[in-house]
Design a protein around this ligand. Structure first.
Ligand code: ZN
Length: 309
């Protein structure tokens, strides 16, 4: 399906051709404010939507759809237009974690009475202000109507049309409210922010993420998939089990390496200077933020490491 904006552009181009007008400008504000939302069906009834601020997965049933994540609030209406939500209403929304670019459709759908499913910790974070240092931003509590309405602690499942939807908590990983959404009939696995390919994974230590938990979450996800599983991550393209394995192996190596540097008494600045990520930097970029987050997160889990300082 093309995005609404793409359809409009085609319409405008068609009108230009018909009128023979060489330069019919787009409305100045329109091009700047319409997000370039696009999507494709990656398995029967499973639509992978990009461009809304984070990847959105739309599961289609005979009389509606279930969404996993919702992009940014500013894009929520455009996302619903793109998904033709007036004709195929959203029956439920699942949040993989609290981050603003995944929960931005909550208010719009919550006001319409759509159930919102999330881990209890996700709801708790959304009720308080959160300052994210690397973003230099404070995120205020969300309006009451944007809060998850059906929370859980361990796992849950739902049948929806042809889909069997299973979800479960991934512990303290990217945040402390991360969940996976597993679609066994489609052999697809939605990972939220836990997997990041082609860039450094984020460990949001402000809301409970840390490198050891992210490593364990990767191991949990690996048990749910095989070499043919479609791995639908929160940003970027559809991934493979091999990419999930590669991230897990890397975190296993780096967790130990960073911990050993911490045991020597190194600060985060010392650790960054020691370049413990050197063999991964060409592929993943500047590791500074990753290392600072790993350091801060590890300090919160000192007792779980061998050889307490
Ligand atoms: Zn996130």
């Amino acid at each position: 399906m093309k995005s609404l904006s793409a359809d409009r552009r085609h319409f405008l181009l068609g009108a230009m051709g018909a009128a023979g007008a060489a330069a019919l400008p787009l409305p100045a504000t329109w091009a700047a404010t319409r997000p370039l939302i696009d999507s494709r069906e990656v398995a029967p009834g499973v639509r992978f939507v990009t461009g809304a601020g984070a990847n959105v997965i739309a599961l289609r049933g005979p009389d509606g759809q279930v969404l996993v994540d919702g992009g940014l609030a500013a894009n929520a209406r455009a996302l619903m237009d793109h998904l033709d939500a007036k004709r195929l209403p959203v029956k439920a929304l699942i949040n993989t974690h609290w981050h603003w670019n995944h929960t931005g459709s909550n208010e719009l759908l919550g006001k319409a009475g759509v159930p919102i499913i999330a881990h209890e910790n996700t709801k708790l974070w959304m009720q308080r202000p959160i300052t994210i240092p690397w973003d230099k931003r404070e995120y205020p509590p969300v309006p009451a109507k944007a809060l998850p309405t059906k929370t859980f602690y361990t796992e849950g499942k739902m049948d929806f049309g042809p889909h069997e939807i299973r979800y479960g908590w991934l512990g303290q990983a990217h945040t402390d409210g991360d969940i996976y959404v597993h679609l066994p009939k489609s052999n697809a696995l939605i990972t939220g922010g836990v997997l990041a390919t082609g860039r450094w994974p984020v460990m949001d230590y402000v809301t409970g993420g840390w490198i050891g938990g992210l490593l364990e979450a990767g191991r949990t996800l690996l048990k749910l998939c095989d070499d043919r599983t479609l791995i639908l991550q929160g940003a970027g393209e559809v991934a493979t089990r091999a990419q999930l394995q590669a991230q897990t192996d890397m975190l296993d190596t780096l967790k130990e390496r960073i911990w050993q540097l911490m045991r020597k008494g190194m600060s985060d600045t010392d650790i960054i200077a020691a370049k413990p990520t050197a063999e991964f930097d060409a592929a993943l970029g500047d590791p500074t933020q990753f290392l600072q987050s790993a350091y801060k997160g590890l300090w919160g889990h000192v007792r779980e490491q061998r050889g307490v300082v």
